[in-house]
Design a protein around this ligand. Structure first.
Ligand code: ADP
Ligand code: MG
Length: 356
């Protein structure tokens, strides 16, 4: 099924504008992830799509057909809630089968579906248990299973992995992706965790304060953040952002200057915020075409196969990733980056500057 939001807004009766003029298409079989900090309108968006919240203005379409007035049941959407809403007096099996009878399935068909999904989510041994005897993570898997057995044409998932511990979360990520690849149901998932969004999404939708900031594949959003918010939010460690100005194809930060790629938009004099990712900065290597900077190294931490080095460039914080085998010491050092690695943003509205 193809899901479309056209100029969708939500203003709660309290006057709170939770979602503002949202435009989004999720194509048949696509897994799109809405990502943004707490309170940015992710849950509200899912609830409007499921029919649990009214849409203040704009249109919701499934395969081109307007759904604004349709009841949740008519929309036929499966939703996994952030806190698993299981029926306490039913077993795991009965929770997962719940609602299948309404779909007109025979008992044998229901049984086959429940057991198939239980196997995919490793719930076979829990089928006779009551929800109250399960851990939070197990309950969340049952909630996921219940949504999956319905084989709905649209799957909505609100932070489905947030109640799991780190190891199980990784495992479930890949389980959900496996299942999605086997049977690609149109899916809109929500998370506040950018790493989870990057790992799972066919396309990301970055949100802030009720507004979409950027839509794209994880690789596009990582490589070309549309604004300062996305630049700082997507990617870990976060992109370095430095105040400076540009003039005649040079970037000035404090008393140091660095070459920029040759582009008309980057010759005009103006104030900028310059962004460079930690992994693009090298310690102690000298390629004549590169920008070279003197930085002060203050501290570093071992991340495993890399070290995250904390320094300052002209008094502004700068972090870089270096191989764990490379010696690091405090004090002044030279670092370099390829001029193409620089992102430039407007310091006033935060938008990425167009090199053209
Ligand atoms: P998220 O899921 O991204 O954390 P929500 O969609 O839950 O964000 O909330 C978005 C905004 O709408 C927040 O400012 C929140 O306080 C507000 N909000 C959510 N639900 C209601 C409600 N029922 N009534 C009034 N305001 C609400
Ligand atoms: Mg939420």
């Amino acid at each position: 099924m193809k899901l479309q939001l056209q100029n969708v807004s939500k203003i709660y009766p309290s006057g709170n504008q939770a979602v503002c003029d949202m435009n989004l298409t999720v194509n048949e079989g696509e897994l799109v992830v809405l990502v943004g900090p707490s309170g940015c309108g992710k849950t509200t968006t899912l609830r409007m799509i499921a029919g649990l919240e009214t849409i203040t203005s704009g249109e919701l379409r499934f395969d081109g057909r307007r759904q604004n007035e349709a009841s949740p049941r008519q929309r036929g959407v499966a939703m996994v809630f952030q806190t698993p809403a299981l029926i306490p007096y039913l077993s795991v099996y009965e929770n997962m089968a719940y609602g299948l009878r309404r779909q007109g399935l025979s008992l044998a068909q229901m049984d086959e579906r429940v057991r198939q999904v239980a196997q995919q989510l490793e719930l076979q041994d829990l089928l006779e248990r009551r929800p109250s005897t399960l851990s939070g993570g197990q309950q969340q898997r049952v909630a996921l299973g219940r949504a999956m057995t319905r084989k709905a044409r649209l799957m909505l998932m609100d932070e489905p992995l947030s109640s799991l511990d780190a190891a199980l979360r990784d495992q479930m990520r890949h389980r959900i992706l496996d299942i999605h690849h086997q049977t690609p149901t149109t899916t809109l998932m929500v998370t506040h965790d950018q790493a989870e969004a990057m790992a799972m999404a066919d396309r990301l939708v970055v949100m802030k304060e009720g507004r979409i900031q950027q839509v794209g594949t994880p690789a596009q959003v990582y490589a070309h953040p549309a604004n300062l918010f996305t630049a700082g939010f997507i990617g870990s460690p976060a992109m370095n952002l430095l105040q400076g100005d540009i003039e005649g194809g040079w970037l000035n930060i404090g008393a140091q200057r660095f070459p920029l790629p040759d582009a008309p938009g980057w010759r005009r004099a103006r104030k900028v915020v310059a962004g460079v990712r930690c992994e693009q900065i090298r310690l102690d290597t000298k390629n004549p075409r590169d920008a070279q900077a003197r930085i002060q190294i203050r501290s570093w931490e071992l991340l495993g196969w890399q070290q995250l080095v904390y320094g300052t460039l002209e008094g502004q914080p700068l972090r870089l990733l270096v191989p764990f085998s490379q010696p690091v010491s405090p004090g002044e050092r030279l670092v370099s980056w390829n001029p193409d690695a620089i992102h430039l943003f407007d310091p006033l509205d935060g938008s990425a500057l167009d090199p053209e």
